[in-house]
Design a binder for this molecule. Structure first.
Ligand SMILES: NC(=O)c1ccc[n+]([C@@H]2O[C@H](COP(=O)([O-])OP(=O)(O)OC[C@H]3O[C@@H](n4cnc5c(N)ncnc54)[C@H](OP(=O)(O)O)[C@@H]3O)[C@@H](O)[C@H]2O)c1
Length: 231
């Protein structure tokens, strides 16, 4: 099968090559997926898992990319829950060959059915930011119905997912943030929100006292620990 591989960490993206690789084989509980769309994170070339297996042994040439959408073409021994011909999307294990290839072997538990009316490209693009937003809101932030949440950078990929997931809880306030006019960091850190249910009649301007990675920020903001109300 055709695949994109990397062999030399020092070479960075200049070392990326399109080559012929042996066909992907389904191990126990795996499926093989014919990849219709896949995603690649630039940072992957700095992740140890791109270059070694879990034992720290060199696993190059390795195939990067971990997000995918495609069609199941083979089932490994003992694989349940998916069937040949099924449309799926998901994430592959960081330590295994990835999705920049015609086919990929992936554990069935790391895939979900992709509805027929969702494009493969949309499915592949959804996985990583969707998981990131989910973890930020519900695992790290422990968001529950009735709490409010502030999504920082809501116009971005993770932020737009978080905004949609946050409104999924019935009592959660709906926030409509913007990064504001370009300019100083302080200005860009300002957001305007309007609450769907109840209280303030006008948008409140909030200012972050500290910026951090999105998932941490969502977690902190959920608990209102770093927000200073301006108006
Ligand atoms: N995408 C993923 O799958 C993924 C997975 C894990 C972690 N992450 C992390 O999550 C964060 C967001 O990633 P993303 O993919 O959603 O990026 P993105 O699509 O580029 O979105 C970033 C958002 O943040 C806003 N922003 C940037 N600098 C800002 C500042 N100084 N003040 C206020 N807003 C600012 C941007 O606004 P403008 O458009 O106005 O610039 C944009 O809306 C990053 O830290 C990334 O490393 C992403």
């Amino acid at each position: 099968m055709k695949a994109i591989v990397v062999t030399d960490q020092a070479a960075g993206t200049a070392g990326v090559k399109l080559v012929e690789r042996p066909a992907a084989q389904a191990a126990i509980n795996d499926v093989v997926v014919q990849v219709h769309a896949s995603g690649f994170t630039g940072d992957e070339l700095t992740w140890p898992s791109t270059w070694t297996d879990r034992g720290g042994r060199d696993r190059t040439p390795s195939i990067p990319g971990h997000e995918l959408a495609g069609v199941v073409t083979a089932l490994g021994y003992g694989t349940t829950g998916l069937s040949i011909g099924q449309r799926v999307f998901g994430l592959t294990d960081w330590y295994r060959d990835g999705t920049l290839a015609e086919y990929v072997a992936v554990e069935a538990r790391n895939l979900a059915p992709l509805p027929g009316d969702v494009d493969f490209t949309v499915g592949a693009a959804l996985v990583m930011p969707g998981l990131t937003a989910w973890q930020g809101l519900f695992e790290h932030g422990r968001l529950r119905a009735g709490q409010s949440v502030l999504v920082h950078g809501a116009a971005g990929v993770v932020g737009s997912m978080a905004s949609q997931l946050a409104t999924w809880l019935p009592s959660t306030m709906r926030l409509l943030p913007s990064t504001g006019p370009s300019g100083s960091r302080e200005r860009r850190s300002s957001v305007f929100i309007r609450e769907d249910r109840g209280l303030p009649k006008r948008p409140r301007r909030l200012q972050f006292t500290r910026l951090g990675p999105t998932t941490e920020s969502v977690s902190r903001f959920t608990h209102h620990s770093t927000i200073k109300e301006q108006m």
